[in-house]
Design a protein. Structure first.
Length: 189
C-alpha cells in the first residue's frame, strides 16, 4: 500500500459490510459464513441487512443455523453491529487479531480493504456526509492515531491473510471468545 495516498470519506456505513460475515464455526472451529437467507426480500438500504433472516453455514463440516429477527408488536428487532462478535449468532469473527493492545476486527475482505484504505492514507479527507451511521467517523482513536498507523496497517494485512484460511488450525488467536460478545442494544424497525 502506498503510505502517501489520499482517502476521501464517502460516508460508508458499517452495515454495508454486513452482507457476508466470516465467523468461527460453532462445530469445527473452521471458517463459516453468515449471510442473509436466500429468497428474502430485496434490499432497499444497506441498513435493511440488520433485519433480514440469516443463515450460518460452514462448508468444511456442514454446520448450519438459522436466525430470525425478534418481533415486538409490529416492529422487528434487528442486530446491532460492532465488536469482535457477529451480531446474529454471537459467534467470534474469523477476521480478528490483537493490535495495539486491542482487538482489530473486520466482517469480510471488503471491510478490511475499506479500513486499510483509510488507515494507510497520509491525507484523510472528511466527506460531506455527517450520518451518525457512517463508519469512518466512528472508528476508535487508537485505530486512527498516526502513532499506531504502522501496527494497524500490519494488523489489517494479517486480517487479509486470515481471510484466505478456512481450516480450524487457522482460527485466529484473538477468536478465543474472551472479547467476542455481541452488542446488547438492538435496532428497531
Amino acid at each position: 500500500m502506498d503510505a502517501g495516498h489520499r482517502h476521501a470519506d464517502r460516508g460508508a456505513m458499517l452495515a454495508q459490510f454486513a452482507a457476508r460475515i466470516l465467523v468461527v464455526c460453532p462445530r469445527c472451529s473452521g471458517r463459516a459464513v453468515v449471510v442473509p437467507r436466500p429468497g428474502g426480500p430485496e434490499l432497499r438500504y444497506s441498513v435493511d441487512l440488520l433485519f433480514l433472516p440469516r443463515r450460518l453455514a460452514c462448508a468444511r463440516c456442514g454446520a448450519t443455523a438459522e436466525w430470525e429477527p425478534e418481533r415486538r408488536g409490529g416492529a422487528r428487532i434487528g442486530a446491532t453491529l460492532g465488536g469482535p462478535a457477529e451480531p446474529f449468532f454471537g459467534r467470534p469473527l474469523w477476521l480478528q487479531t490483537r493490535c495495539a493492545g486491542r482487538v482489530l476486527w473486520a466482517y469480510d475482505i471488503e471491510h478490511v480493504d475499506a479500513l486499510a484504505a483509510y488507515i494507510g492514507a497520509r491525507l484523510r479527507e472528511r466527506g460531506s456526509v455527517s450520518s451518525s451511521l457512517a463508519m469512518i467517523p466512528r472508528l476508535p482513536d487508537w485505530m486512527t492515531s498516526a502513532a499506531n498507523r504502522g501496527e494497524v496497517v500490519a494488523g489489517l494485512a494479517a486480517l487479509r491473510a486470515q481471510a484466505g484460511r478456512s481450516a480450524p488450525e487457522g482460527c485466529p488467536d484473538a477468536a478465543d471468545g474472551s472479547a467476542a460478545r455481541p452488542q446488547q442494544r438492538r435496532a428497531t424497525y
